[in-house]
Design a protein around this ligand. Sequence first.
Ligand code: GRF
Length: 209
Amino acid sequence: MLRICVCVSGGGTNLQAIIDKVESGVITNTEIAAVVSNNPGAYALERARQHGIPAVCVSPKSYESREAFNQALLETIDSFRVDLVVLAGYLVVIPPKLVKHYRNRIINIHPSLIPSFCGTGNYGLAVHENALKRGVKVTGATVHFVDEGTDTGPIILQKAVEVKDGDTPESLQLRVMEEAEWEILPLAIDLIANNRIKVEDGRTVRTDR
Ligand code: GRF
């Protein structure tokens, strides 16, 4: 049974997709051990509580230094004895110590087809604003392992989404969430829970094909 900790910062729609698919059996062999947020007001924490999942807030504002926060975050995640950390709309920079401790055991959902529209400054709505500004006809979402860089770890899954004439950043964000994020993040968790993914030379390989 894969024990996961889901890290969140906002509304938690990706978390909700994971909860729903674990409960319905679409995601197999997986248990959500905890939800951790940096934001005490994150509705994602309420979503967790509604499903009886331990939900804790570890806020940088509660610590004297970034180093103290980083240590508290690591200790909190460790305390839940998880196999996989899932970043689902988590807007905190993951400390190198955590990446090292959970090498190839942290995954992130990014709302574009990496390497497009990623890296510093490309998060949340800004990703879709930049895609519309560039005039791309296809965008999408990416699930990747987290390494020391920003959106640079081995790609696990991607799904393309059409950009439509008249799209606003908000309408595009919603389509990418509905058609891509809420599908591929749960799928990635199920693949990992069933040992169907491995990393070779910095890229992922399916072991079930
Ligand atoms: C989404 O756009 C997601 O792609 C990004 O964070 C945003 C909020 O996601 N990573 P959620 O509703 O909190 O899951």
